[in-house]
Design a protein around this ligand. Structure first.
Ligand SMILES: *Cc1c(COP(=O)(O)O)cnc(C)c1O
Length: 402
């Protein structure tokens, strides 16, 4: 059998996801290194002037400049595309640069976008502030209602943009229903899949056109680097996304790409264990707090939908206390093990108060509309022993009288 050196896609593309996560996209250099090499270089030298000209003319394959191509970054892009089941992927410097590029590269003045109301705070800034500034109108809908997207669509509508599960209310969007409606309406879907990652949910299997990531979250998974990615058809990536990213420059560094490559090797293991831990901690909290939004618990109104489109429900959920910001902050200040931190997807357990952190920049009436109340807390459950996490929550809840 032919040895895999990573160069021959006919060998590698049939591997199953667990194999892709460890080996997908690997390209060995002349030294035969087992772990992917980090190519920390901004430029590349050519054998002759004719080669340089041929590369710029697109007549010769090869690297020209690291804003445009880098071998380590390309390995990551291929690995994510293989995991996602996408034709192509482009990595970016952060999740927000991925979202911005995915939207702006295909929109122009006069276009219209329909977006889910529960979005990451900065994504709401894109839809509510940035796009309108350039003459692109947005309508915000309750993404739990598939028909609401179609009802808000007009003849200028180009995109439907949403995340599922949504941050931080854990709303679930029916991927199959929404993507099918989008096709009927002749509109493209852009899905922010940061919470689930391809290990738990592959939106393209349900008909999504473009899937964008904050790879900072579960893909790195150990709170080390910022990174992002956009997946789509080869045509979309080459002809729409690449002209935008190459010329505006939200490039991922080779070092950060390498860290995410290492993260992907353990993504499946981590996300499964963290999902199990989050269920255990969620079951404990459900008996102690007034409200919990955890798609893995039968009390979540979209529990069945989550179970039908996700392998497991992931490490993140939110819950509410009745005493508003004062009681929510008091709970955070009583924690001994779980960190007060607004990151997610980390192997450490982290808790934040969205209204005063991740959604601080969202106007109060919009926060209320999104379900980000003053008593809402979001928890990312890590890889610690869940019994220690439950002990920590138990003593903190007692301190605030719950
Ligand atoms: C964190 C996050 C982003 C932004 O990603 P960065 O890597 O922080 O730029 C976008 N969408 C969702 C759902 C996120 O959780």
């Amino acid at each position: 059998m032919k040895r895999n050196t990573g160069q021959d896609r006919s060998i590698t593309q049939h591997w199953r996801p667990a194999t892709q996560a460890v080996r997908g996209g690997t390209r060995r250099s002349e030294f035969g290194e087992t772990s992917e090499a980090i190519f920390l270089t901004s430029g590349y030298a050519y054998d002759c002037a004719g080669d340089a000209a041929a590369r710029f003319a697109g007549e010769q394959s090869g690297m020209t400049y690291s804003r445009l191509q880098n071998p380590t970054v390309e390995m990551l892009e291929q690995r994510i595309a293989l995991l996602e089941g996408a034709e192509a992927c482009r990595a970016t410097a952060s999740g927000m640069s991925a979202m911005t590029a995915a939207l702006l590269c295909q929109l122009e003045q006069g276009d219209h976008v329909v977006a889910g109301r529960a979005l990451f705070g900065s994504c709401r800034w894109l839809t509510d502030t940035l796009l309108p500034k350039f003459g692109i109108q947005t309508t915000i809908v309750d993404a739990r209602d598939a028909q609401a997207f179609a009802d808000a669509t007009n003849d200028r509508t180009k995109l439907w943009f949403f995340e599922t599960p949504a941050n931080p209310t854990m709303d679930i969007v029916d991927l199959k229903a929404v993507c099918a409606l989008a096709r009927q309406c002749g509109v493209r879907t852009v899905v922010d899949n940061a919470f689930a990652t391809p290990a738990l949910q592959r939106p393209m299997d349900y008909g999504a056109d473009i899937v964008a990531y904050s790879a900072t979250k579960m893909m790195d998974g150990q709170g080390r680097v910022l990174a992002g990615a956009v997946c789509g058809t080869e045509d979309f990536i080459l002809n729409e996304l690449l002209p935008f990213t190459r010329n505006t420059g939200p490039t991922l560094s080779a070092f950060n790409a390498w860290v995410v490559l290492k993260g992907l090797e353990t993504l499946d293991l981590r996300i499964r264990r963290q999902s199990e831990n989050a269920l255990e901690v969620g079951r404990f909290l459900e008996a102690r707090v007034p409200r919990i939004n955890h798609p893995g618990l039968p009390s979540h109104p979209q529990h069945a939908l989550a179970a039908s489109q996700m392998v497991m429900t992931g490490p993140i959920f939110s819950f509410e206390v009745d005493g508003g910001r004062a009681q929510a902050h008091a709970l955070l200040d009583s924690l001994g093990l779980i960190d007060i931190s607004n990151n997610i997807g980390d192997s450490r357990s982290l808790m934040t108060h969205p209204a005063s952190t991740t959604h601080y920049g969202v106007a109060e009436e919009k926060r209320i509309e999104m379900g980000v109340t003053e008593g809402l807390l979001r928890l990312n459950v890590g890889l610690e022993d869940p019994a220690d996490l439950i002990d920590d929550l138990d003593q903190a809840l007692r301190k605030i009288g719950l």
